[in-house]
Ligand binder design. Structure first.
Ligand SMILES: C[S@@+](CC[C@H](N)C(=O)[O-])C[C@H]1O[C@@H](n2cnc3c(N)ncnc32)[C@H](O)[C@@H]1O
Length: 222
């Protein structure tokens, strides 16, 4: 008799609490993806389509990445990176989790995306300020609030002169007790992206296709 995998969300809470208690804010991501790969739980953040607010933004702006470089931060299973590559960008998608990156590659065997295992807090020097488009969806909110400035700073550092950053993050609800993950962002926290030489171009509060209320914020360097 086959057993249905458990829902990943419950496992995420358990693994995240154990990891955070040990003072390790990121160790649980790989554990969670590995549990998904083994079939013990459903696969976390398992989307075959790009985030609706990313797709709406690229469609509305008729974004053309020909001759440009893009990076997708914390790309998970790769749907966002595939979408960005489809616009013509030479695209890097990176994630801390080797299992996520292996799964992204196996799901997209013909992909032009350079899928890499990399830690946002220890990125290669030659990635600094070198991407024309940086896409960041839900990675900042997946890390604890006391890391927020460091996390946002590392994302901002990827944007090339004249380049753009698109950030999609949950909106912190008034009754949020702070016991993440996730730790959705306040308006002031979204404004942190405007530091280090970036300028805000747009900030919207929108309902996404899954019914969540998100910030969609666009910034530019230059
Ligand atoms: C909430 S998930 C979102 C995944 C994907 N962006 C999406 O929207 O489906 C956060 C992702 O960030 C990755 N991540 C967390 N900390 C990271 C770090 N320090 N460096 C790179 N990736 C990280 C996790 O492994 C996970 O895939």
């Amino acid at each position: 008799m086959s057993t249905e995998p458990r829902r990943w969300q419950t496992e995420a809470d358990r693994l995240a609490n154990a990891s955070l208690e040990k003072g390790d804010p990121t160790g649980w991501f790989e554990q969670l993806y590995a549990a998904g790969e083994s079939g013990a739980v459903t696969m976390a953040w398992d989307h075959s389509e790009p985030h609706s607010l990313l797709a709406d933004w690229t469609n509305a702006g008729a974004v053309d990445g020909t001759g440009k470089r893009a990076v997708v931060v914390g790309c998970g299973l790769g749907a966002g990176a595939e979408h960005v590559a489809g616009l013509g960008f030479a695209t890097t998608g990176f994630d801390l989790s080797p299992t996520a990156i292996r799964t992204a590659k196996s799901r997209n065997p013909e992909s032009s995306v350079d899928f890499r295992v990399a830690d946002l807090f220890e990125l290669p020097d030659d990635w600094r300020r070198s991407f024309d488009l940086v896409v960041e969806i839900y990675t900042v909110q997946a890390l604890p609030r006391d890391l927020r400035e460091q996390t946002v700073g590392a994302v901002v550092d990827l944007v090339a002169p004249g380049g753009a950053l698109l950030a999609i993050q949950g909106v912190r609800a008034p009754d949020d007790d702070g016991s993440g993950p996730p730790w959705p962002l306040t308006r002031d926290e979204i404004e942190l992206f405007s530091g280090s030489g970036l300028r805000r171009v747009a900030l919207e509060k929108l309902r996404d296709a899954q019914g969540f209320t998100d910030w969609r914020a666009e910034f530019t360097r230059g």
